[in-house]
Design a binder for this molecule. Structure first.
Ligand SMILES: [Zn+2]
Length: 325
């Protein structure tokens, strides 16, 4: 039986960073550490660095009991085996599970889940979604990820792979996505898409503050620059961010029609960095959603940011070992 003093190791393995934290059952982050993932390194090298971070945190727990390790992974994850399926930003990790290595090394139980699913669990347990039984969590960064809470519990689908909100098509004739579908939401409304649209327009000779921000080198353009240009009322920046907001809004309308959620929480770097998009997002949702759902639209920004998935991982760990006695 878990007690208030117990701790867990929550880790998040993404394409750019790996983060590990020691968290207690009230959701307090006792200690944390992070390193760049260096996705170009071999998996073995990355695993070596990951296990040494975990070792450091484990050695600082004193006599407090560790209940287990939960990994938040930027990948579709088999919830039983922890096996990753084609992680888009972790080449070389396909069909791999951390479970055998970490269980053997630390003699602790190990669980793994998709990072956006854990983000939803984290916001529901410790963030802006507390007390909300039906919510959707959507992360908009390099790609788009999603987590679903239905009647207070994560909805994982029949095999654990539900929540691929970024691969919902909003245009059957749209650009091809790496997943095999066409016109996926993340081909229009992700950080990668914003930067791609901006580069296309600049290559066609349009003038914009974005080009100045990129040091006159179109290949340097990223979504943050486009967001910032929009906030500074640069016409191309405003147009691209409004287009992004309309596309994201169409995706959210589809989700509202399917789930009738009490709340949609938007997380990820892109949502945090612009003031321009919220009006266009709101207008798109209001003009496209079924009339009787209009009064209940509640789209908010994540309050936990990057910590949502770590806190979701900790919540999962303590749920698995049982409530405090
Ligand atoms: Zn796709």
């Amino acid at each position: 039986m878990a007690t208030r003093e117990d701790l867990c190791i929550a880790m998040d393995l993404g394409g750019t960073k790996m983060r590990v934290a020691l968290i207690d059952r009230t959701g307090d982050l006792i200690q944390r550490d992070s390193e760049p993932t260096l996705a170009n390194q071999s998996r073995e090298q990355t695993l070596e660095r990951l296990t040494s971070i975990i070792t450091r945190l484990v050695s600082s727990t004193g006599d407090r009991k560790l209940v287990g390790i939960v990994a938040s992974l930027a990948s579709p994850v088999d919830p039983v085996t922890g096996t990753m399926n084609n992680p888009p930003n972790l080449p070389g990790w396909d069909n791999f599970s951390l479970k055998p290595l970490l269980e053997a090394t630390f003699n602790l139980p190990f669980w793994a889940a998709n990072d956006a699913t854990l983000g939803a669990i984290g916001e529901h347990a410790c963030g802006i979604g507390q007390g909300i039984s039906n919510l959707l969590y959507i992360t908009v960064s390099t790609g788009i990820g999603g987590g679903i809470i239905v009647n207070g519990s994560p909805f994982l689908g029949s095999r654990g792979f539900a929540g691929e909100l970024g691969h919902m098509s909003i245009d059957r004739n749209g650009p091809s996505c790496a997943c095999g579908n066409r016109g996926c939401l993340e081909m229009f409304a992700s950080g990668t898409a914003i930067a791609r649209f901006a580069r296309e327009r600049l290559e066609n000779g349009e003038t914009s503050l974005i080009l100045e921000m990129a040091g006159k080198d179109i290949t340097n353009v990223n979504s943050k620059m486009v967001m910032e240009a929009a906030d500074r009322r640069d016409p191309l920046g405003v147009e691209l961010i409004e287009q992004f907001a309309r596309d994201l809004g169409l995706g959210l309308v589809n989700l509202i029609h399917i789930f009738d959620p009490q709340m949609i929480i938007i997380g990820g770097g892109v949502s945090q960095s612009s003031r321009t998009y919220s009006a266009a997002l709101d207008a798109t949702i209001r003009s496209n959603v079924i009339p009787h759902l209009k009064e209940h639209i509640n789209v908010v920004t994540s309050v936990l940011g990057d910590d949502a998935s770590l806190l979701g991982a900790a919540t999962l760990a303590f749920q698995r070992v049982g409530r405090a006695g």
